[in-house]
Design a protein around this ligand. Structure first.
Ligand SMILES: Cc1cc2nc3c(=O)[nH]c(=O)nc-3n(C[C@H](O)[C@H](O)[C@H](O)COP(=O)(O)O)c2cc1C
Length: 158
């Protein structure tokens, strides 16, 4: 079956991005994680970021009912993590893999940068919702990023 959105996806995909894992803590004590490349920095004062969540994602209700989220920017050697959190019913994220800072949202221990965010606004935008967060704590280390371009990781080694 042909994908009528393929040409638009191809054009959007010409914009190279990093890869992040957005995470939240659920009411039932479980954690939710999703691979995203829509993460963007927005503002320095106050410090704001955003990412866009597909309305049809299995993780939608978890993020919609959480008032905070974590963002972990992946390193070049974390392609496995990117694939893992891009699949429904992937292995549950464990406490051993995460840290919690101020909001209680999970942040991956292994990362290039981390952002602990308080949700400040949600905006419906077509088939996605834009989740704007105020950064209450962050860190970063020197390293190579995982890069995504034209539906492939760069370098496309596998
Ligand atoms: C590189 C990459 C980037 C992605 N970026 C986003 C994104 O920004 N927003 C989003 O909602 N889904 C994004 N996805 C899709 C989700 O990670 C996930 O695959 C999708 O929600 C389907 O999972 P589900 O079956 O659990 O709903 C991305 C997937 C990949 C591989």
């Amino acid at each position: 079956m042909t994908d009528k959105y393929r040409p638009l996806k191809d054009a959007f995909g010409r914009f190279a991005t990093g890869i992040a894992v957005a995470t939240c803590q659920n009411d039932d004590g479980r954690m939710t994680a999703i691979t995203v490349n829509s993460f963007t920095s927005v503002s320095l004062e106050p410090p704001l970021v955003l990412w866009c969540l597909d309305n049809r994602a299995s993780t939608y209700s978890a993020f919609m009912s959480s008032d905070s989220y974590g963002v972990s920017i992946l390193r070049a050697d974390q392609r496995t993590e990117s694939d893992r959190f891009a699949h429904f019913a992937g292995p549950d994220i464990t406490e051993e893999e995460i840290e919690r800072w101020d909001t209680g949202a999970p942040i991956l221990k292994e990362r290039l940068a981390g952002f602990d965010c308080k949700l400040v606004a949600r905006h419906d935008a077509g088939d996605h919702v834009i989740l704007i967060g105020e950064v209450v704590k962050f860190d970063s280390v020197v390293g190579e990023p995982l890069v995504y371009f034209s539906s492939n990781y760069i370098p496309d080694s596998e």
